[in-house]
Design a protein around this ligand. Structure first.
Ligand code: CTP
Length: 406
Protein backbone atom coordinates (compact mmCIF):
# COMPACT_ATOMS: atom_id res chain seq x y z
CA UNK A 1 0.00 0.00 0.00
CA UNK A 2 1.42 3.36 -0.95
CA UNK A 3 2.07 5.86 1.80
CA UNK A 4 1.49 9.61 1.74
CA UNK A 5 3.16 11.89 4.24
CA UNK A 6 2.08 15.52 4.32
CA UNK A 7 5.25 17.58 4.33
CA UNK A 8 5.41 21.17 5.61
CA UNK A 9 5.82 23.78 2.84
CA UNK A 10 9.37 24.59 4.03
CA UNK A 11 10.39 20.94 3.60
CA UNK A 12 8.83 20.81 0.13
CA UNK A 13 10.67 24.00 -0.79
CA UNK A 14 13.92 22.46 0.44
CA UNK A 15 13.42 19.32 -1.66
CA UNK A 16 12.44 21.38 -4.72
CA UNK A 17 15.37 23.78 -4.34
CA UNK A 18 17.82 20.86 -4.33
CA UNK A 19 15.96 19.40 -7.32
CA UNK A 20 16.58 22.57 -9.36
CA UNK A 21 20.32 21.86 -9.12
CA UNK A 22 19.84 18.24 -10.14
CA UNK A 23 19.94 16.72 -6.63
CA UNK A 24 17.52 14.42 -4.94
CA UNK A 25 16.51 14.86 -1.30
CA UNK A 26 14.32 12.88 1.08
CA UNK A 27 12.99 13.33 4.57
CA UNK A 28 14.52 10.65 6.75
CA UNK A 29 14.74 9.08 10.21
CA UNK A 30 12.59 10.08 13.17
CA UNK A 31 10.27 12.37 11.18
CA UNK A 32 9.30 9.53 8.82
CA UNK A 33 8.81 7.16 11.76
CA UNK A 34 6.63 9.67 13.61
CA UNK A 35 4.60 10.61 10.51
CA UNK A 36 3.82 6.94 9.85
CA UNK A 37 2.62 6.65 13.43
CA UNK A 38 0.30 9.60 12.90
CA UNK A 39 2.35 11.90 15.10
CA UNK A 40 3.53 15.35 14.03
CA UNK A 41 7.35 15.25 13.99
CA UNK A 42 9.17 17.71 16.27
CA UNK A 43 11.72 18.33 13.53
CA UNK A 44 12.38 17.34 9.94
CA UNK A 45 15.73 15.91 8.82
CA UNK A 46 16.65 15.53 5.17
CA UNK A 47 19.19 13.40 3.39
CA UNK A 48 20.52 14.24 -0.08
CA UNK A 49 23.04 13.26 -2.71
CA UNK A 50 24.32 16.87 -2.75
CA UNK A 51 27.69 17.38 -1.05
CA UNK A 52 27.82 19.81 1.92
CA UNK A 53 29.36 22.59 -0.20
CA UNK A 54 26.72 22.00 -2.86
CA UNK A 55 23.98 22.23 -0.24
CA UNK A 56 25.38 25.57 0.93
CA UNK A 57 25.66 26.83 -2.64
CA UNK A 58 22.11 25.75 -3.38
CA UNK A 59 20.79 27.64 -0.31
CA UNK A 60 23.02 30.71 -0.68
CA UNK A 61 19.93 32.91 -0.45
CA UNK A 62 19.05 31.42 2.96
CA UNK A 63 20.78 31.40 6.32
CA UNK A 64 22.82 28.21 6.62
CA UNK A 65 24.74 26.82 9.59
CA UNK A 66 27.64 24.36 9.40
CA UNK A 67 26.06 22.11 12.05
CA UNK A 68 28.29 19.11 11.42
CA UNK A 69 29.91 19.84 8.13
CA UNK A 70 32.60 17.15 8.65
CA UNK A 71 29.84 14.55 8.92
CA UNK A 72 27.94 16.12 6.03
CA UNK A 73 25.31 18.11 7.92
CA UNK A 74 24.27 21.65 7.03
CA UNK A 75 21.29 23.36 8.66
CA UNK A 76 19.13 25.66 6.59
CA UNK A 77 16.63 28.17 7.93
CA UNK A 78 13.54 28.38 5.73
CA UNK A 79 10.63 30.54 6.91
CA UNK A 80 11.54 30.13 10.59
CA UNK A 81 11.96 26.37 10.28
CA UNK A 82 15.44 24.93 10.78
CA UNK A 83 16.06 21.89 8.62
CA UNK A 84 19.07 19.61 8.96
CA UNK A 85 20.29 18.39 5.60
CA UNK A 86 22.90 15.61 5.55
CA UNK A 87 24.69 14.19 2.55
CA UNK A 88 24.09 10.45 1.93
CA UNK A 89 26.98 8.81 3.73
CA UNK A 90 28.46 5.61 4.99
CA UNK A 91 30.45 5.53 8.19
CA UNK A 92 34.09 4.56 8.64
CA UNK A 93 35.51 2.77 11.69
CA UNK A 94 34.04 3.57 15.11
CA UNK A 95 37.16 3.12 17.23
CA UNK A 96 35.69 5.03 20.17
CA UNK A 97 32.35 3.11 20.04
CA UNK A 98 30.53 6.42 19.76
CA UNK A 99 31.30 8.32 16.54
CA UNK A 100 32.75 7.27 13.20
CA UNK A 101 36.43 8.19 12.75
CA UNK A 102 35.51 9.38 9.28
CA UNK A 103 32.54 9.31 6.94
CA UNK A 104 32.32 8.64 3.21
CA UNK A 105 29.84 10.51 1.09
CA UNK A 106 27.90 8.35 -1.34
CA UNK A 107 25.31 8.88 -4.02
CA UNK A 108 23.31 5.87 -2.91
CA UNK A 109 20.38 6.41 -0.52
CA UNK A 110 20.22 2.75 0.51
CA UNK A 111 23.82 2.83 1.72
CA UNK A 112 22.88 5.79 3.89
CA UNK A 113 19.87 3.99 5.34
CA UNK A 114 21.98 0.89 6.01
CA UNK A 115 24.27 2.77 8.44
CA UNK A 116 21.38 3.73 10.74
CA UNK A 117 20.57 2.09 14.05
CA UNK A 118 16.96 0.84 13.96
CA UNK A 119 14.71 -0.15 11.09
CA UNK A 120 11.94 2.21 12.22
CA UNK A 121 14.39 5.12 11.81
CA UNK A 122 15.93 3.85 8.57
CA UNK A 123 13.15 4.92 6.23
CA UNK A 124 13.15 7.85 3.81
CA UNK A 125 10.26 9.53 2.05
CA UNK A 126 9.98 11.62 -1.11
CA UNK A 127 6.77 13.37 -2.18
CA UNK A 128 6.88 11.80 -5.67
CA UNK A 129 8.88 8.61 -5.11
CA UNK A 130 7.05 7.64 -1.90
CA UNK A 131 8.44 5.59 0.98
CA UNK A 132 11.91 4.04 0.71
CA UNK A 133 12.00 1.24 3.25
CA UNK A 134 14.64 -1.37 2.38
CA UNK A 135 14.86 -2.78 5.93
CA UNK A 136 11.12 -3.26 6.55
CA UNK A 137 10.77 -0.49 9.10
CA UNK A 138 7.11 -0.13 8.30
CA UNK A 139 6.49 -3.78 9.16
CA UNK A 140 8.36 -3.31 12.45
CA UNK A 141 6.21 -0.29 13.21
CA UNK A 142 3.12 -2.47 12.65
CA UNK A 143 4.58 -5.28 14.75
CA UNK A 144 5.60 -2.71 17.33
CA UNK A 145 9.16 -3.87 17.69
CA UNK A 146 12.64 -2.38 17.92
CA UNK A 147 14.98 -4.12 15.50
CA UNK A 148 18.48 -3.16 14.43
CA UNK A 149 19.33 -2.55 10.79
CA UNK A 150 21.53 -5.55 9.96
CA UNK A 151 23.73 -7.14 12.64
CA UNK A 152 22.85 -5.84 16.13
CA UNK A 153 26.35 -6.55 17.50
CA UNK A 154 27.86 -4.43 14.72
CA UNK A 155 25.34 -1.62 15.25
CA UNK A 156 25.81 -1.51 19.03
CA UNK A 157 29.61 -1.86 18.79
CA UNK A 158 29.76 1.11 16.42
CA UNK A 159 27.91 3.34 18.86
CA UNK A 160 27.16 1.89 22.28
CA UNK A 161 24.74 4.73 23.05
CA UNK A 162 22.39 2.96 20.65
CA UNK A 163 21.87 0.32 23.36
CA UNK A 164 20.18 2.94 25.52
CA UNK A 165 18.45 4.51 22.53
CA UNK A 166 16.85 1.09 21.95
CA UNK A 167 15.41 0.96 25.47
CA UNK A 168 14.39 4.62 25.29
CA UNK A 169 12.53 4.08 22.00
CA UNK A 170 10.90 0.96 23.43
CA UNK A 171 9.69 3.07 26.39
CA UNK A 172 8.54 6.02 24.27
CA UNK A 173 6.75 3.93 21.67
CA UNK A 174 5.64 1.06 23.93
CA UNK A 175 7.41 -1.39 21.57
CA UNK A 176 8.92 -4.80 22.29
CA UNK A 177 12.30 -6.02 21.14
CA UNK A 178 13.27 -8.25 18.33
CA UNK A 179 15.09 -11.13 20.08
CA UNK A 180 18.41 -10.70 18.26
CA UNK A 181 18.41 -6.97 19.01
CA UNK A 182 17.85 -7.55 22.72
CA UNK A 183 20.57 -10.20 22.78
CA UNK A 184 22.90 -7.83 20.95
CA UNK A 185 22.25 -5.12 23.55
CA UNK A 186 23.04 -7.63 26.28
CA UNK A 187 26.23 -8.82 24.62
CA UNK A 188 27.50 -5.27 24.00
CA UNK A 189 26.58 -3.79 27.39
CA UNK A 190 30.22 -3.61 28.52
CA UNK A 191 30.80 -0.98 25.80
CA UNK A 192 28.55 1.44 27.69
CA UNK A 193 31.62 2.18 29.80
CA UNK A 194 33.04 4.01 26.75
CA UNK A 195 30.11 6.42 26.60
CA UNK A 196 30.06 9.83 28.29
CA UNK A 197 28.04 9.51 31.47
CA UNK A 198 25.99 12.61 30.56
CA UNK A 199 24.74 10.85 27.43
CA UNK A 200 23.71 7.84 29.50
CA UNK A 201 21.81 9.93 32.03
CA UNK A 202 20.11 11.91 29.27
CA UNK A 203 18.80 8.69 27.68
CA UNK A 204 17.78 7.38 31.10
CA UNK A 205 15.83 10.58 31.82
CA UNK A 206 14.06 10.42 28.47
CA UNK A 207 13.17 6.79 29.13
CA UNK A 208 11.83 7.61 32.59
CA UNK A 209 9.69 10.47 31.27
CA UNK A 210 8.15 8.36 28.52
CA UNK A 211 4.69 6.76 28.39
CA UNK A 212 5.86 3.20 29.09
CA UNK A 213 9.00 3.12 31.22
CA UNK A 214 8.18 -0.08 33.15
CA UNK A 215 8.48 -2.67 30.40
CA UNK A 216 11.63 -1.09 28.99
CA UNK A 217 13.25 -1.00 32.45
CA UNK A 218 12.27 -4.63 32.99
CA UNK A 219 13.99 -5.55 29.71
CA UNK A 220 17.01 -3.44 30.67
CA UNK A 221 17.24 -5.31 33.95
CA UNK A 222 16.84 -8.79 32.47
CA UNK A 223 19.45 -8.09 29.79
CA UNK A 224 21.86 -6.85 32.53
CA UNK A 225 22.08 -3.47 30.81
CA UNK A 226 20.72 -1.80 33.94
CA UNK A 227 23.54 -3.40 35.89
CA UNK A 228 26.01 -1.85 33.46
CA UNK A 229 24.70 1.69 33.96
CA UNK A 230 23.45 1.59 37.56
CA UNK A 231 25.08 -1.35 39.37
CA UNK A 232 23.98 -0.22 42.86
CA UNK A 233 20.35 -0.15 41.76
CA UNK A 234 20.48 -3.48 39.93
CA UNK A 235 22.01 -5.13 43.02
CA UNK A 236 19.29 -3.80 45.34
CA UNK A 237 16.25 -4.55 43.18
CA UNK A 238 13.64 -6.63 44.96
CA UNK A 239 11.58 -9.31 43.23
CA UNK A 240 9.15 -8.91 40.35
CA UNK A 241 7.07 -6.00 39.17
CA UNK A 242 9.23 -3.39 40.82
CA UNK A 243 9.03 -1.03 37.84
CA UNK A 244 5.25 -1.25 37.18
CA UNK A 245 4.46 1.68 39.47
CA UNK A 246 6.40 4.04 37.22
CA UNK A 247 3.82 3.75 34.44
CA UNK A 248 1.11 4.97 36.82
CA UNK A 249 2.91 8.04 38.13
CA UNK A 250 3.09 11.63 36.83
CA UNK A 251 5.76 12.09 34.16
CA UNK A 252 8.00 14.24 36.35
CA UNK A 253 11.71 13.52 36.60
CA UNK A 254 11.94 13.86 40.40
CA UNK A 255 8.93 11.62 40.99
CA UNK A 256 9.97 8.96 38.49
CA UNK A 257 13.61 8.98 39.55
CA UNK A 258 12.60 8.58 43.20
CA UNK A 259 10.31 5.69 42.24
CA UNK A 260 13.14 4.09 40.30
CA UNK A 261 15.54 4.40 43.24
CA UNK A 262 13.06 3.69 46.03
CA UNK A 263 14.78 0.42 46.97
CA UNK A 264 17.95 2.35 47.85
CA UNK A 265 18.70 4.33 51.01
CA UNK A 266 18.73 8.10 50.25
CA UNK A 267 22.52 8.37 50.48
CA UNK A 268 23.07 5.53 48.02
CA UNK A 269 20.45 6.93 45.67
CA UNK A 270 22.18 10.29 45.80
CA UNK A 271 25.61 8.74 45.15
CA UNK A 272 24.28 6.89 42.12
CA UNK A 273 22.85 10.12 40.68
CA UNK A 274 26.14 11.87 41.37
CA UNK A 275 28.04 9.11 39.54
CA UNK A 276 25.63 9.58 36.63
CA UNK A 277 26.40 13.32 36.77
CA UNK A 278 22.85 14.46 37.30
CA UNK A 279 22.54 18.14 38.22
CA UNK A 280 22.63 19.24 41.86
CA UNK A 281 18.93 20.10 41.99
CA UNK A 282 17.87 16.64 40.81
CA UNK A 283 20.20 14.94 43.29
CA UNK A 284 18.96 17.12 46.14
CA UNK A 285 15.25 16.70 45.37
CA UNK A 286 15.39 12.97 44.76
CA UNK A 287 17.37 12.42 47.97
CA UNK A 288 14.82 14.48 49.87
CA UNK A 289 11.94 12.41 48.47
CA UNK A 290 13.77 9.16 49.29
CA UNK A 291 14.33 10.41 52.85
CA UNK A 292 10.67 11.30 53.30
CA UNK A 293 9.23 8.08 51.88
CA UNK A 294 11.25 6.10 54.39
CA UNK A 295 8.83 7.49 57.03
CA UNK A 296 5.61 8.27 55.16
CA UNK A 297 3.21 10.78 56.69
CA UNK A 298 -0.10 9.59 58.13
CA UNK A 299 -3.31 10.78 56.49
CA UNK A 300 -3.71 13.68 58.89
CA UNK A 301 -3.59 17.42 58.35
CA UNK A 302 -0.93 17.62 61.06
CA UNK A 303 1.43 15.27 59.21
CA UNK A 304 0.81 17.22 56.00
CA UNK A 305 1.78 20.45 57.75
CA UNK A 306 5.02 18.97 59.06
CA UNK A 307 5.75 17.47 55.64
CA UNK A 308 5.31 20.93 54.10
CA UNK A 309 7.58 22.37 56.75
CA UNK A 310 10.35 19.85 55.95
CA UNK A 311 10.15 19.98 52.15
CA UNK A 312 8.12 22.93 50.87
CA UNK A 313 5.01 22.52 48.69
CA UNK A 314 6.57 21.22 45.45
CA UNK A 315 8.68 18.47 46.97
CA UNK A 316 5.90 17.58 49.44
CA UNK A 317 3.57 17.06 46.44
CA UNK A 318 6.21 14.84 44.81
CA UNK A 319 6.54 12.80 48.01
CA UNK A 320 2.79 12.24 48.06
CA UNK A 321 2.74 11.26 44.36
CA UNK A 322 5.53 8.73 44.92
CA UNK A 323 3.69 7.21 47.87
CA UNK A 324 0.40 7.09 45.94
CA UNK A 325 2.05 5.43 42.91
CA UNK A 326 3.73 2.94 45.24
CA UNK A 327 0.35 2.32 46.92
CA UNK A 328 1.67 3.27 50.32
CA UNK A 329 -0.79 6.07 50.95
CA UNK A 330 -4.39 6.68 49.90
CA UNK A 331 -5.08 9.03 46.98
CA UNK A 332 -6.92 11.27 49.43
CA UNK A 333 -3.49 12.46 50.55
CA UNK A 334 -3.23 14.54 47.36
CA UNK A 335 -6.33 16.63 48.26
CA UNK A 336 -5.34 16.72 51.88
CA UNK A 337 -1.99 18.26 51.02
CA UNK A 338 -3.57 20.82 48.68
CA UNK A 339 -6.17 21.75 51.32
CA UNK A 340 -3.43 22.16 53.89
CA UNK A 341 -1.53 24.47 51.53
CA UNK A 342 -4.72 26.51 50.91
CA UNK A 343 -6.07 26.72 54.46
CA UNK A 344 -2.94 26.61 56.64
CA UNK A 345 -0.34 28.37 54.57
CA UNK A 346 2.11 28.73 57.47
CA UNK A 347 4.90 26.18 57.47
CA UNK A 348 7.99 28.37 57.66
CA UNK A 349 9.17 31.09 60.01
CA UNK A 350 8.62 33.71 57.35
CA UNK A 351 4.91 32.74 57.19
CA UNK A 352 4.31 33.40 60.92
CA UNK A 353 1.94 36.22 61.86
CA UNK A 354 4.87 37.85 63.69
CA UNK A 355 8.37 38.66 62.46
CA UNK A 356 11.76 39.15 64.12
CA UNK A 357 11.13 42.90 63.94
CA UNK A 358 7.89 42.48 65.92
CA UNK A 359 9.77 40.49 68.55
CA UNK A 360 12.48 43.17 68.76
CA UNK A 361 9.82 45.80 69.40
CA UNK A 362 8.64 43.90 72.50
CA UNK A 363 12.20 43.68 73.82
CA UNK A 364 13.52 40.36 72.51
CA UNK A 365 17.06 41.01 71.27
CA UNK A 366 18.05 39.81 67.80
CA UNK A 367 20.40 37.03 68.88
CA UNK A 368 20.35 33.24 68.89
CA UNK A 369 17.61 33.25 71.53
CA UNK A 370 15.31 35.03 69.10
CA UNK A 371 15.97 32.16 66.69
CA UNK A 372 14.94 29.67 69.37
CA UNK A 373 11.78 31.68 70.08
CA UNK A 374 10.82 31.83 66.41
CA UNK A 375 11.33 28.09 66.00
CA UNK A 376 9.21 27.50 69.08
CA UNK A 377 6.43 29.66 67.62
CA UNK A 378 6.58 27.87 64.29
CA UNK A 379 6.37 24.49 65.98
CA UNK A 380 3.35 25.67 67.94
CA UNK A 381 1.66 26.88 64.74
CA UNK A 382 2.41 23.61 62.95
CA UNK A 383 0.75 21.77 65.86
CA UNK A 384 -2.12 24.25 66.28
CA UNK A 385 -2.57 26.40 63.14
CA UNK A 386 -5.26 28.54 64.82
CA UNK A 387 -2.65 30.12 67.09
CA UNK A 388 -1.03 31.88 64.11
CA UNK A 389 -2.30 35.30 65.13
CA UNK A 390 -0.28 38.25 66.25
CA UNK A 391 -1.52 38.67 69.84
CA UNK A 392 -1.29 35.01 70.73
CA UNK A 393 2.16 34.61 69.20
CA UNK A 394 3.53 37.73 70.95
CA UNK A 395 2.29 36.38 74.32
CA UNK A 396 3.88 33.01 73.62
CA UNK A 397 7.11 34.68 72.49
CA UNK A 398 7.43 36.62 75.77
CA UNK A 399 6.80 33.49 77.82
CA UNK A 400 9.31 31.46 75.86
CA UNK A 401 11.95 34.18 75.94
CA UNK A 402 11.54 34.62 79.71
CA UNK A 403 11.98 30.89 80.22
CA UNK A 404 15.21 31.04 78.21
CA UNK A 405 16.77 33.92 80.13
CA UNK A 406 15.74 32.83 83.61
N1 CTP B 1 21.00 7.57 14.24
C1 CTP B 1 21.79 6.43 14.32
N2 CTP B 1 22.55 6.21 15.43
C2 CTP B 1 22.56 7.10 16.45
C3 CTP B 1 21.78 8.26 16.37
C4 CTP B 1 21.01 8.47 15.25
O1 CTP B 1 21.76 5.61 13.42
N3 CTP B 1 23.30 6.87 17.52
C5 CTP B 1 20.20 7.80 13.02
C6 CTP B 1 18.81 7.20 13.09
O2 CTP B 1 18.44 6.80 11.79
C7 CTP B 1 17.93 8.35 13.51
C8 CTP B 1 18.62 9.53 12.84
O3 CTP B 1 20.01 9.20 12.83
O4 CTP B 1 16.60 8.19 13.08
C9 CTP B 1 18.40 10.85 13.54
O5 CTP B 1 18.87 10.79 14.86
P1 CTP B 1 18.11 11.44 16.09
O6 CTP B 1 17.55 12.75 15.70
O7 CTP B 1 19.01 11.36 17.28
O8 CTP B 1 16.98 10.37 16.39
P2 CTP B 1 15.48 10.30 15.97
O9 CTP B 1 15.24 8.94 15.40
O10 CTP B 1 15.09 11.49 15.15
O11 CTP B 1 14.70 10.32 17.33
P3 CTP B 1 14.75 11.37 18.52
O12 CTP B 1 14.81 12.73 17.89
O13 CTP B 1 13.52 11.08 19.28
O14 CTP B 1 16.01 11.01 19.29
Amino acid sequence: MSVTITLPPQVLRCINTLKTTGHSAYVVGGCVRDSLRGITPHDWDLTTDALPEEIKECFHAYKTIDTGIRHGTVSVLIDHMQLEITTFRTDGEYTDHRRPDNVFFTSNLEDDLARRDFTIGAMAYHPQKGLIDPFCGQEDLKKRRIRCVGDPIKRFSEDALRILRAFRFSAQLGFDFDAATLNGAKDCRHLLGKIAVERISSELSRLLLSGNPAKALEAMHHSNVLEAVAPALAAALPADRYFTVLDHSPADIYIRMALLLRCLPPEKGGSLLRELKFDGQTIHKVKKILTEIAHPPALTARDMRFLLHRCGPKTAASVIEVLIADRRIDRLARDMLQNTISFHPCYQIKDLAVSGTDLKKIGIPANDKMGVVLKYLLNAVLEYPSCNNRDQLLDMAVQKYNSLVQ
